[in-house]
Design a protein around this ligand. Structure first.
Ligand code: TRP
Ligand code: SF4
Length: 334
């Protein structure tokens, strides 16, 4: 084993291909070499979904099923729900005592999120957001450091949070004695998978393919995908790579064997977008097939996913409590 890693996602909806390519695919590969903790960050979801806590609860279970469906092995990986391990809240509180507000106010990911959600109009108004959302990265630092993780597999947008985690670890170590490691991000290599319309794939933009979408729905969604804007008629030659045709980008990932031929045929105007999309829909459903099969199996086993989460919470709690005992001792709190 190369060390320990932790990562997590907010349960704000069933997982989609963007989540898979941005994180899950990497996690599934890493479980071979690392001791892994995969969390469902339900408290983090409440920073924005606080009006619908019951909804967050429901989605938490869906996300757990998606984790297993994507190929995370509960025998090897500790899969757990953040709020099942109350120690995260205690460490978050203690960290909040040593985190200067300016470290939070300058965080680009939080500013961008608050603006995208319409909570503020201008990124400079970030001090108007709720205290919980401003402190989001402090909770994230607690999530990571409570397991003394060496590394955190995440997408590019999470890097400022990992930076803050390192700063908090350093500050704690300086004040109370060297204890926490300074975890490194492990960045996802594939470029961000765009949504059906070429923008960032996101539930709120309505441009996602869910891991659980059946073939019909995949076909319907792929049909609506944006293509090379210069190809109005089939006779217009395309240039899918240069003009960033999203369909082509998907072919690269889910149909690597035919991608060269598709590029040539598109450029020579031999292949039309309708057929090209039909071929993609098929490959995409082939890719999703085993994921959906594993999900069906997990759902069919009465009480299975609940058991996975209970066992995960037990393992996580015992690690987290061991850390907290040391933290309380270092800080002279007991
Ligand atoms: N902020 C992460 C996201 O939006 C979710 C998250 C919460 C997380 N706690 C974490 C990721 C700890 C990595 C480590 O995707
Ligand atoms: Fe894109 Fe395929 Fe149309 Fe070419 S043929 S523009 S690759 S959808």
């Amino acid at each position: 084993m190369k060390g320990r890693i932790l990562s997590g996602m907010r349960p704000t909806g069933r997982l989609h291909l963007g989540n898979y390519e941005g994180a899950l695919r990497n996690w599934v590969a890493l479980q071979e070499d690392y001791e892994m903790f995969c969390m469902i960050a339900d408290w983090h979801a409440l920073t924005t979904e606080y009006e619908h806590p019951q909804e967050v609860r429901k989605i938490t279970k869906e996300v757990a099923l998606d984790y297993v469906a994507a190929g995370l092995d509960p025998e090897r990986v500790t899969i757990f729900v953040q709020s099942d391990v109350k120690q995260h809240a205690e460490l978050h509180l203690l960290f909040s005592m040593i985190t200067p507000t300016p470290w939070l106010v300058r965080n680009p990911t939080i500013k961008e999120q608050a603006r995208a959600m319409g909570l503020i109009e201008d990124e400079e108004e970030v001090t108007k957001i709720n205290y919980g959302l401003l402190g989001y990265p402090v909770l994230q630092a607690a999530d990571i450091l409570i397991y003394r993780a060496d590394a955190v597999p995440v997408g590019e947008d999470q890097v400022p949070h990992i930076e803050l985690t390192r700063e908090i670890a350093r500050r704690f170590n300086h004040l109370y004695g060297k204890f926490f490691p300074e975890p490194e991000p492990i960045l996802t290599k594939v470029p961000r998978l765009p949504g059906l319309d070429g923008r960032k794939m996101s539930k709120s933009l309505g441009n996602v393919v869910y891991l659980s979408d059946p073939p019909d729905s995949v076909k319907g969604k792929v049909r609506t995908m944006f293509t090379d804007p210069m190809r109005i008629k089939k006779e217009d030659p395309g240039d899918p790579e240069v003009r960033g045709c999203p369909v082509f980008l998907y072919h690269k990932l889910y149909n690597p064997n035919e991608v060269l031929e598709i590029e040539e045929d598109c450029k020579a105007a031999r292949l039309g977008c309708v057929e090209c999309k039909g071929r993609l829909a098929e490959k995409l459903s082939e890719f999703l097939g085993p994921i959906q099969e594993r999900r069906r199996e997990a759902e069919a086993r009465e009480g299975y996913i609940e058991e996975v989460l209970e066992e995960g919470a037990r393992r996580a709690r015992s690690e987290a409590e061991a850390t907290m005992e040391k933290v309380r001792e270092l800080m002279g709190l007991k």
